[in-house]
Design a protein around this ligand. Structure first.
Ligand code: SF4
Length: 380
């Protein structure tokens, strides 16, 4: 069965086996791409499956009963993921984010979290390990994940109104259960929780103020609500520019109800612009992926469920690290960590991705014409 499905997956997203350069310098944590950007974050997708069918990510018409998800044998094992993470850490990565699909659908995820939590940055510090989830299973898993070493969690929630939320997730899942997951995360010590709302004009913009009010009143500073512009990731969501509600408009709307003050960024490469409520009621963020591209500081790499490395969320081609993890050198010996580090280093040095900037400049549509990677497959 694996033999028939794996080639299908490979046809979905082209991926070349990376070159392993000879005499590559040993990783020194100072890797930079062609635009001078370091490698700091690794986002690891642990499953391509999700129990929601949000129209902007996994629309039901495409991801139906006949859709072929990846077979288990083609997924990276926890040991393989940990090995890849170790290689990336040698190159300077200090933050790991587990994504999906819905990562909590991967069985025993806490075992992976514990393995990753045992790693240390080049400076010997604990890693920043976080997770993005739709929250549906969080009430059950928050405590065990925290005990395994998870530091933080980001929960997606696109509406407070139960009917709108059920319609958006398209599987009739109730808001109350997601909020129960947020409560559990806070009780487990995962504060502050980030909550991500993708705003789609004509679909959920009426939820901006109610959700902000609810988060302020129920959680205060313990939850940071972030508004994300609806993006053209993948090829299945039928994205249209007129469905994007710019962050500036969201902020203007919010400020009519709750005065806001700007905050300094926490770190270089941070995707969200930070603001706080002037009355001390907490913090909000705006992720302007479409109207204010942040490619200039993009220090993120993404690893797909079956071990393909993508250097941009909008890439159409990956680099098949699994082929190195499971394959052999021409002399028949297994590839070493140093070989894989050399391959990753060469790939990052060649990187010049800046899709969102090009989109803003009107040039993205002139890309290669290849199918871009889907969000459910690579995480957001
Ligand atoms: S478009 Fe690509 S390079 Fe630009 S911020 Fe997004 S992931 Fe990074």
């Amino acid at each position: 069965m694996g033999e028939t499905i794996i080639p299908l997956a490979d046809l979905r997203y082209a991926a070349a086996v990376p070159r392993v350069p000879r005499d590559a310098p040993a990783p020194d944590g100072l890797l930079a791409d062609r635009l001078g950007r370091p490698l700091h974050d690794l986002r690891i997708s642990v499953t391509d499956r999700c129990n929601f069918r949000c129209s902007y990510c996994m629309p039901k018409e495409v991801f139906d009963r006949d859709y072929k998800f990846l077979p288990h044998a083609s997924l990276l094992s926890f040991e393989e993921i940990t090995r890849v993470a170790r290689v990336f850490i040698a190159h300077g990565v200090a933050k790991l984010r587990l994504t999906g699909g819905e990562p909590l659908l991967r069985k025993h995820l806490e075992v992976l979290v514990a393995q990753l939590a045992a790693l240390r940055t080049r400076d010997g510090a604990p890693l920043d390990i976080t997770l993005t989830t739709n929250g549906s299973l969080l009430a059950r898993k928050a405590q065990v994940l925290r005990e395994a070493g998870l530091k933080r969690v980001t929960v997606s929630l696109d509406a407070l109104d139960d009917a709108i939320f059920r319609r958006m997730n398209d599987v009739d899942f109730p808001v109350a259960e997601v909020l129960r997951g947020v409560d559990a995360a806070l009780a487990a010590g995962l504060a502050p929780v980030k909550m991500n709302m993708v705003v789609k004009r004509g679909t959920n913009e009426q939820e901006i103020v109610p959700l902000a009010r609810h988060v302020r009143e129920r959680y205060g500073r313990d939850v940071v609500l972030r508004f994300i512009e609806y993006m053209d990731v993948g090829a299945t969501n039928g994205w249209r520019m007129d469905e994007v509600l710019p962050s500036d408009d969201v902020r203007t709307l919010l400020q009519r109800h709750f005065p806001l003050e700007p905050l300094e960024p926490n770190a270089i490469g941070e995707t969200a612009e930070r603001w706080r409520y002037a009355d001390g009621g907490g913090e909000v963020g705006f992720i302007s992926s479409v109207t204010k591209a942040f490619c200039r500081d993009c220090n993120r790499a993404r690893l797909s469920t079956e071990g393909k490395l993508f250097t941009c969320l909008f890439a159409s081609r990956g680099h098949d690290l699994r082929a190195l993890l499971r394959g052999q050198r021409p002399d028949g010996t297994p590839y070493s960590d140093a070989d894989i580090a050399a391959a990753v280093g060469a790939l990052w040095r060649e990187r010049d991705d800046r899709y969102s900037e090009l989109r803003s400049a009107g040039a993205a549509a002139a890309g290669s014409g290849e199918r871009r990677v889907e969000m459910h497959y690579i995480g957001g």
